[in-house]
Design a protein around this ligand. Structure first.
Ligand SMILES: [Ca+2]
Ligand SMILES: [Ca+2]
Length: 771
């Protein structure tokens, strides 16, 4: 595969502040904190009181703590230094050393559901986010709408009503992606959900060098800064938003939500940062996993008697790998680790700013990961979409990846580490993102609040869940969430505040039950017992085997007691069923494979786009998969040198572009290293002209593309398909972010310099094809 990029983005030197490093070994063990001084903050001013009306959301009196949620993505339980890792995360470790680390904290198995749960204090199905925001099954499936129901106000809405300034940066993934257009609709965008300012991205992931960005209710143009990286950009915006706020309204508290793109794929970081880990990962994933495990015991994060889980069946012993494989796999993990160190550094800059503003001690900060480590990179990892099962590509061969090893981590790639490293991230657990085993849902939680938590650097072992974090904030702020918001009656909040753990080190958990469901993967935790069932395609739900664990004596789910305690399992399955009913989780669906995935997206067979339209994400662009269609574009030119892109989608890894250059009309389709190109056989006349691309589907597989100039066929080629998979979307009159063609030449985005009247897509009526 030969994937070139318009610019190489490797140059930026990154300094890692090792002086701040607190190695895991230096952090005291949990045992050392027995009897430590503990103090819970008295609830701040009694602020807001319960009422059935919106009017009850009166401003809270002053000196309220500020609140910051920092959400890392797809980062496993063991990846932070303070959770046993060799990865350098000195700033986050400092946060841990000044606050609390939780050893028994759980997210949901996936991105959007965790964020919905975090922001609302409820279970994801109950609020409409049973799957990711990409999946909107329509009104018949209220548990899977790709959005948060207005019956479950977010922390931003409630805190804004309580007198807070509400700020957000980074990953949103809480609006159905068919609404991610320059024209909304906006009710599920951050500003529709209680944020007053927001800068970030709507999708579940984006290219770190060429991200699809929004600010407030606007799609914004791509960053033009040399050596740009999204993680730095988000940190700068987080700092600026807070700086603006404290400069102008220092007496008023703020709430900041910060969702990092890190550590979701694509794993992209300047080479210099990855190079920090030269010589580290040659030890191999078996050895690194053992070392993390031993460190976790030493820190006291995991019980002494925790058994070391066997290597997964699908992962090769490091010693059995070829040198070429080792070289490739080491590069992936260097990139992953370098990306996390960069994220840590940026979090450190933000925390330094908070300190400068005099706000660090009076700010309650949570830092979590939204789910466990991802195994989507498969056996060999991925460098391009073509190599990623997640991106829908073929998976690619080891040879493909070795061939593109120098591209690893660069702009336009979809770099993701192989499952061997995901198991290291999951130490000491089994399984990954997407399942309700510990490896999918047990994640770090660090709470830092010097004014409210006197116990420093201590561990907390109580079972808790991401839906408990916002209820905790309401409790410590003395805010009773209103029964109506915007005139809409609110569902009860089901999370359990963990504020009692701020002082109560040894107090048993107040959580009684926690229910998990993700694409048919199920689990229930109840008073220390946990039952888990993994969805098996083709097997009836009722026939699936459940495993049973006593988590009080079995920290990492290593002893299945289902045979030994059938009655206990039966009881837990009954509780699961009750919880599923209480949370509106039936019928159980697999969001990805459901035929109704796009049911709620507007179905149209005609799209007319006018010049000046901002970038549109692929989820909201015309769907070209498996259908015949045409794109017709009336233009007007005075001179031959008027040229440029008429319409383009995606980038050079996967994308199409229709452009004029040197008086020729050119169509290119790029897919995973292959380039299909059609060039008009006659010049495009000056003056008014209509150019057209027509794609004709031929049966189940295959098809052909043709160019027309003023109604006359001007070129034709076989084209097996033309649908695009990319972090980049659709542009009219230019090609932003990742350029599709390598032939544009110098001008940035290669904007069309003639007159472009409109770009019209006419799709084969969808009734004729599968939706
Ligand atoms: Ca995630
Ligand atoms: Ca592009």
């Amino acid at each position: 595969m030969n994937r070139r990029h318009k610019t190489k983005r490797w140059a930026r030197p990154v300094t890692v502040t090792t002086a701040l490093a607190i190695t895991a070994a230096l952090l005291p063990t949990g045992a050392a904190y027995a009897g430590g001084t503990a103090g819970v903050a008295a609830p701040a001013a009694a602020g807001v009181t319960a009422s059935a009306t919106d009017a009850a959301l009166a401003a809270a009196p002053g000196a309220q703590p500020n609140v910051v949620y920092i959400v890392l993505d797809d980062m496993g339980f063991s990846d932070l230094g303070s959770y046993g890792s060799e990865i350098k995360t000195p700033n986050i470790d400092k946060l841990a050393a000044g606050g609390l680390r939780y050893t028994n904290f759980h997210a949901t198995p996936l991105c959007s559901p965790t964020r919905a749960s975090l922001l609302t204090g409820r279970n994801p199905q109950a609020v409409g986010m049973g799957s990711v925001a990409n999946v909107d099954l329509g009104p018949e499936y209220p548990h899977t709408r790709g959005r948060v129901s207005p019956t479950a106000a977010t922390a931003a809405e409630v805190l804004k009503g309580g007198g807070y300034t509400t700020l957000g940066v980074g990953k949103w993934h809480q609006a159905p992606l068919h609404q991610a257009t320059p024209a909304g609709p906006f009710e599920n965008w951050p500003l529709g959900k209680g944020f007053q300012r927001y800068y970030g991205f709507l999708d579940g992931y984006t290219d770190q060098y060429a991200p699809q960005l929004i600010e407030d209710n606007h799609v914004v143009d791509p960053p033009k800064k040399e050596d740009y990286h999204l993680t730095e950009d988000l940190a700068e915006h987080a700092s600026r938003y807070v700086s603006d706020h404290v400069s102008v309204q220092p007496e008023k508290p703020f709430f900041l939500y910060w969702g990092l793109g890190a550590q979701h794929a694509p794993h992209q970081v300047p080479q210099r940062n990855a190079d920090l880990y030269k010589g580290v990962y040659e030890a191999g994933w078996d050895r690194i996993r053992e070392e993390r495990f031993e460190r976790q015991k030493k820190i006291g994060l995991i019980p002494e008697d925790t058994p070391f889980p066997a290597r997964d069946a699908g992962i090769a012993a490091w010693s059995s790998l070829s040198q070429q494989q080792k070289d490739l796999y080491v590069r992936y993990q260097q990139t992953y680790a370098g990306m996390l160190t960069q994220a840590d550094e940026q979090i450190g800059h933000f925390l330094d700013d908070l300190r400068k503003f005099g706000k660090l001690d009076n700010t309650l900060i949570y830092l979590i990961s939204d789910n466990g480590a991802s195994k989507a990179g498969g056996e060999n990892g991925s460098i391009g979409y073509s190599q990623s099962g997640f991106g829908g590509g073929s998976g690619g061969t080891l040879e493909d990846k070795l061939e593109s090893i120098e591209e690893l981590g660069a702009a336009g790639t979809y770099t993701e580490y192989p499952v061997g490293w995901a198991q290291v991230s999951a130490t000491p657990f089994r399984q990954y993102k997407g399942t309700a085993y510990n490896g999918g849902v047990q994640v770090p939680l660090i709470v830092h609040w010097p004014d409210g938590i006197k116990d420093r650097g201590a561990l907390r072992t109580q079972f808790h869940h991401v839906s408990d974090l916002t209820p905790t904030v309401y409790e410590v702020l003395g805010i009773t969430p209103p029964q109506q918001v915007n005139g809409i009656p609110q569902q009860p909040i089901t999370g359990t505040s963990l504020a009692y753990t701020f002082s109560g080190q040894n107090e048993p958990t107040r959580k009684k039950t926690q229910f998990f469901l993700m694409n048919g993967n199920r689990a229930i935790w109840s008073e220390g017992w946990k039952a888990v069932a993994l969805r098996k395609p083709g097997v009836q739900l009722e026939q699936e085997a459940w495993e049973l664990f006593d988590t009080r004596s079995d920290y990492n789910e290593s002893r299945n007691l289902a045979q030994q305690y059938p009655e206990k399992l039966k009881e837990l399955k009954k509780i699961w069923d009750e919880e599923a009913r209480n949370n509106g989780a039936y019928p159980i669906v697999n969001g990805y494979s459901s035929p109704a995935v796009t049911a709620a997206a507007p179905i149209r067979s005609s799209f007319i786009y006018y010049p000046g339209l901002k970038h549109i994400g692929l989820s909201a662009a015309p769907k070209l998969k498996g259908i015949s269609y045409e794109i017709s574009i009336p233009i007007q030119r005075k001179e031959v040198k008027e040229e440029g892109v008429l319409v383009a989608a995606g980038g050079s890894d996967s994308g199409y572009t229709l452009y004029l250059k040197k008086n020729e009309l050119i169509y290119e389709f790029h897919q995973f290293g292959k380039v299909y190109r059609i060039v008009s056989d006659t010049p495009v006349p000056l003056g008014k002209a209509e150019v057209k691309f027509v794609y004709t589907r031929a049966g189940e597989k295959g098809g052909s593309g043709a160019l027309y100039v003023n109604g006359r066929k001007a070129g034709e080629a076989e084209l097996p398909f033309t649908d695009v998979r990319s972090t980049d979307g659709l542009d009219i009159g230019r090609d932003t972010l990742l350029p599709v063609s390598l032939d544009y030449g110098d001008p940035d985005e290669f904007p069309f310099t003639g007159l472009l009247e409109k770009v019209e897509f006419k799709l084969q009526p969808l009734a004729d094809s599968k939706k």
